[in-house]
Design a protein around this ligand. Structure first.
Ligand code: LFR
Length: 505
């Protein structure tokens, strides 16, 4: 038994991809049919304080890649019955009254949101915002981006705000919606009603003088069939008959949909540029303790809640690789990880959540500086690329240990296994360290979690897979690619020591 072909568009931190998927005898068979760079662009922005550099999406070049990928999907694996789009959260495009995009979406790593949360909190304190939305404070949340952007000529001219996956969906279908999993990350969706939060929008109005609720489209649930591909687009790309489905359009929502969780005691780490560490819950956890620990309650597919913490992820390693390349000392990842495995464990640890690591730039220098500050006393400061890599991976595993434990404590769950999905599930050293640091077995895979979640939510929505989320996870299990790592007792004391060391500085 075979389902028709579905296409997933997944825009990640370094590349965008188009994959096709088809259910064959209960397994998902995928093909990558398009891959293109996703390189943010630095331009010069004129704003109140004068000229400054601004980091933007190169959204038209991405759109070109998406079109080419979809055309290949139709040509080589068509006809295409469904299309789902996911990207990272929070970023948006603004449309004028004709539906034309006003400029490029700004990238969430742009510095414009510095100080924006504090401005918003003057009208609605952080605790009240959390109580309403359940969303942790990240300076880049859409709400704070709007605090920074309000008053600009672009916002004044805008009639619609679309999160990036919904923007691509609009270009495909002409329909304007806000898919819930991504909309929840704006910090403007009410945790109880799952519609735009009056409290958040009133606060935004109070601090900016603008009522931006006028920009927000209808919120739709993941799994909604948004509509057919517009005739001219379908004709150009060979997509007639294709339906666009609002999948978990937040990449993390798609990834977690594809985590083969065993029970509510399973924790997960969606491991890519970020590490999203947490639990799947039936209801948000809106406690003050959760807020203090900066845990968030993002919405998932089928009414689930992702109770998780953003831990800095492989970004530290990716940006180090980029730096070494730019410095003329390129490193091959496989060799680097093999060398890092030989470095003695836990000689230096850093707090991977230090905001100093967030912007692009010379990462090894920042890691070494942080290790000098916080890691000293455990061992020598890292110097070589292998030592820096080991320091990053030890530090990530240590952060996972803390986040998994805190998630369990806050939700009242006794965690018994940690699932790792995404690119990091291929990093055997990191998986091994995670098992040791948490003292729990790690089940790694699938590496293509996000694309699988995207495709399988479409399969359910379009009636090709019965049984909802449990069936999705059954297909993931049947599709293979899972590796188990058991914790070893040997290093337990060393992880405790490292944890204390970091807490003390
Ligand atoms: C992961 C992710 C995270 C979100 C961050 C910024 O790709 O979507 O879930 O917090 O990127 O949008």
């Amino acid at each position: 038994r075979r389902s028709p072909t579905l296409a997933a568009v997944d825009l990640g931190a370094s590349s965008g991809r188009v994959l096709t998927g088809r259910l064959v005898e209960g397994r998902l068979v995928t093909h990558e049919v398009g891959r293109f760079a996703n390189t943010p662009v630095t331009t010069t922005a004129w704003s109140v304080g004068g000229a400054r550099e601004r980091l933007s999406w190169d959204v038209l070049s991405l759109w070109q890649g998406v079109r080419e990928g979809l055309a290949v999907a139709a040509r080589d694996h068509g006809p295409v019955a469904g299309i789902g789009v996911d990207t990272w959260a929070v970023d948006y495009g603004l449309l004028d009254g004709d539906g034309e995009l006003l400029g490029n979406p700004v990238h969430y790593r742009d510095a414009r949101t510095q100080g924006a949360p504090e401005r918003l909190f003057e009208a609605l304190p952080a605790a009240a915002l959390y109580e309403r939305t359940g969303i942790q404070v990240q300076p880049f949340n859409t709400l704070f981006q709007l605090v920074a952007e309000a008053g600009s000529a672009r916002v004044r001219a805008a009639e619609d705000l679309l999160l990036v996956p919904d923007l691509l969906g609009f270009w495909l279908t002409g329909r304007r919606v806000a898919e819930l999993t991504n909309a929840s990350t704006t910090a403007m969706v009410d945790a109880a009603t799952l519609t735009w939060s009056g409290a958040a929008l009133d606060a935004l109005k109070a601090v900016t003088g603008e009522d931006l609720s006028r920009l927000l489209p209808e919120v739709v649930l993941p799994g909604t069939v948004v509509g057919s591909v517009l005739d001219p687009v379908a004709a150009g790309l060979g997509l007639s008959g294709a339906q666009v489905v609002a999948v978990g359009s937040h990449d993390t929502a798609s990834a977690v949909a594809a985590v083969p969780l065993t029970s509510e005691r399973s924790a997960y780490i969606s491991s890519g540029t970020w590490s999203l560490v947490g639990l799947e819950r039936p209801e948000p956890v809106l406690s003050e303790a959760g807020r203090a620990a900066n845990f968030t309650n993002e919405r998932g597919v089928e009414g689930t809640v992702r109770f998780l913490r953003n831990v800095a992820g492989l970004w530290l390693l990716q940006e180090s690789l980029r730096t070494w390349r730019a410095q003329g000392r390129p490193q091959e990842l496989t060799d680097l990880l093999a060398a890092a495995a030989e470095v003695p464990p836990l000689r230096a640890v850093v707090d991977v959540d230090d905001p100093a690591f967030a912007p692009p730039g010379d990462m090894p220098a920042r890691v070494v500086a942080a290790a000098r500050r916080t890691g000293g006393g455990l061992g020598p400061v890292p110097e070589s690329p292998a030592e820096v890599t080991r320091c990053i991976l030890d530090s990530l595993a240590l952060a996972y240990r803390r986040a998994v434990r805190t998630a369990g404590e806050l939700a009242g769950v006794d965690v018994d296994v940690v699932h790792v999905v995404g690119g990091g599930s291929r990093n055997a050293l990191l998986c091994r360290l995670t098992a040791d640091a948490t003292g729990l077995p790690v089940v790694a895979g699938p590496v293509e979690g996000t694309a699988m979640g995207n495709l399988l939510v479409q399969a359910v929505a379009l009636g090709h897979l019965e049984g909802g989320l449990p069936a999705v996870r059954e297909v993931v299990r049947a599709s293979g690619d899972l590796v188990r790592y058991e914790p070893t007792a040997a290093g337990a004391a060393a992880w405790e020591r490292a944890e204390r060391r970091l807490a003390d500085v």
